[in-house]
Design a protein. Structure first.
Length: 268
């Protein structure tokens, strides 16, 4: 099941990356919302790379080339974390005042970088010649620690993206319907990511207490949730481009005065 799911996700992400790189080239002389556009492309590209490395055949080939089992899993997790961080940056550029964007982006990138370093260190402690970095080896403490670190970051980023995307979607639902639809897809995708972390994290914790559900069930549900998350995120990133010119102030007023958006912004 993993092969078809991640292959479809990879294709979707590659298409999105190509289209938005072309869009960025056409807008190369524009400075408006450039950070959000660059973050959008990075989110697409890293999401596609993570999906590609998760395809079983590609993962096995990568591990064979590098000579280290689990390398594909580590790089895929790092790419997925980078994709989540890119979506956070994109939303920071849309929802923060210009004076606040730099500090907001810096803090999110710092958290993502710290997580990446922690994952690499924890991965090096795992004896990959004997175990794989999956829930199938939840009995190994280093594997469990690595997975929980990764899941914690995905949960944190997913919750923030879900909150911001939902708020933006509600603000734009009357006057920016395509953008609102895209933002809702993004919210659904990140909700699926959070659900995935709760499901897999719950399995890891339950395993430690000897009450885990069947591994096959855990792996099947995780694959479906990840596939749903990647697909919805790709659609959401592609459609959710509100082009708001006065982010924070307009969004705060829009709930009580939707016309404020129309007065402040212009469509694509």
């Amino acid at each position: 099941m993993d092969g078809p799911i991640y292959s479809a996700c990879t294709l979707l992400a590659v298409m999105g990356t190509t289209l938005w790189m072309c869009h960025a080239y056409l807008r190369r002389h524009s400075t408006r919302r450039r950070l959000a556009l660059q973050a959008r492309i990075a989110a697409f590209a890293t999401c596609g790379f993570a999906s590609l490395l998760t395809i079983p055949a590609v993962a096995d080939t990568t591990d064979s080339i590098t000579g280290a089992q689990g390398t594909a899993r580590l790089v895929a997790n790092l790419a997925a974390a980078a994709s989540m961080a890119s979506m956070q940056v994109m939303l920071m550029d849309w929802t923060r005042e210009p004076s606040q964007v730099a500090s907001s982006v810096t803090s999110r990138l710092a958290i993502a970088s710290t997580t990446a370093v922690a994952l690499v260190v924890q991965f090096l402690l795992i004896d990959t010649t004997k175990v794989a970095v999956t829930t199938a080896y939840a009995a190994d403490g280093h594997v469990t620690g690595y997975l929980l670190t990764y899941l914690a970051f995905v949960a944190f980023a997913g919750l923030e993206i879900t909150f911001l995307a939902t708020r933006l979607a509600l603000s734009a639902r009357r006057l920016r319907r395509p953008a609102a639809a895209g933002l809702m897809f993004l919210s659904i995708g990140c909700t699926s990511s959070v659900t995935y972390t709760l499901h897999q994290g719950g399995y890891l914790v339950a395993y430690q207490f000897g009450h885990s559900w069947p591994l096959a069930v855990e792996q099947t549900i995780s694959s479906l949730l990840i596939g749903l998350a990647i697909s919805c995120n790709a659609i959401g990133i592609g459609l959710g481009a509100p082009a708001f010119r006065q982010p924070a102030k307009v969004f705060q007023r829009s709930a009580s005065n939707p016309a404020a958006i129309s007065a402040a912004d212009s469509p694509h």
